[in-house]
Design a protein around this ligand. Structure first.
Ligand SMILES: [Zn+2]
Length: 279
């Protein structure tokens, strides 16, 4: 979605355009770092080109390549999601590889661990799963505040070797997708040159609709039969590759001082797309 901005920025930007510094301070207190002022004293008008009040940490505006997520998939698809969905569409968010640790399909270790020999974020799991879980949590939390009918599913064990075990992401997706739930599985792609970039690998078991389309417009779209049709999409999972797990995004996630803001901005991208898809 070119030109899309965070809702907070839009909200505060309007107030700024009124030219009222005091009004901006009143309405956007959390994102301003101004000294205390006497409201009754006329304030000097801020220069229009350089407003003194701006959100302290606005989310980057999307683009391609994207300043937050990097490049979109270098192997794009051509499908279009056209069907409408109900506003209360049940959305189930899963973390990719949540039940396949210590297996061949454990997910990417990421650039930091593989190439820089840094310690994994959590020794029990690949870094991809660690970040998948963080994004999953943030998406569900933010999605609820935006009125989505959204929930998380997380398997009870990090390693479940039998795909048909009813507790796996795949088994849960198959059942829930059959009853009409939207299954979104969060992933990070491998770092370059192995990764493809961000984008949605859509479900194969049903017609594609407005939510698939909205996510594809926000993140990019993979071919519908990517790698001849993956196990997840065959069971109704939409695989969302957030980005390749490499710098500079990986550094922002690993740095404790930028981590929560980065996760929040990623979640906001996902939730904005979901909200647009169901409305
Ligand atoms: Zn993955």
């Amino acid at each position: 979605m070119p030109g899309h901005t965070s809702s907070h920025r839009q909200r505060c930007g309007k107030h700024l355009s009124l030219g009222g510094l005091a009004l901006t301070l009143l309405l956007c207190p959390a994102t301003t770092a101004q000294p205390r002022q006497n409201w009754l004293t006329p304030q000097p008008k801020p220069a229009p080109q350089a407003p003194r009040t701006a959100p302290a940490t606005p989310c980057p505006v999307s683009g391609n390549p994207d300043p937050l997520l990097g490049p979109r998939t270098r192997m794009p698809g051509r499908w279009v999601g056209r069907g409408a969905v109900k506003p209360d569409l049940p959305i189930v968010v899963m973390a990719g590889h949540a039940d396949s640790q210590a297996m061949a399909s454990a997910g990417t270790p990421g650039f930091a661990v593989d190439k820089r020999r840094q310690a994994p974020m959590d020794p029990r799991m690949r870094d991809e799963l660690y970040w998948n879980l963080q994004v999953q949590k943030a998406v569900v939390r933010l999605g609820r505040t935006r009125g989505l009918n959204i929930s998380a599913y997380t398997p009870p064990a990090l390693t479940i070797r039998n795909d048909e075990d009813p507790r796996t992401n795949w088994s849960q997706a198959k059942t829930r997708s059959a009853r009409g739930d939207y299954i979104l599985e969060i992933h990070f792609d491998a770092y370059r040159p192995y990764g493809f970039g961000s984008g949605l690998i859509p479900a194969i078991n049903r017609p594609l609709h407005a939510v698939d389309e909205s996510l594809a417009q926000a993140f990019g779209r993979f071919p519908r039969l990517f790698r001849s049709g993956l196990g997840g999409p065959r069971r109704g999972i939409g695989i969302l590759e957030i980005a390749m797990l490499e710098p500079p995004l990986e550094n922002k996630l690993r740095n404790p001082s930028t981590r929560s803001q980065t996760l929040e901005c990623i979640a906001e991208r996902v939730v904005n797309a979901l909200v647009q898809g169901v409305s």
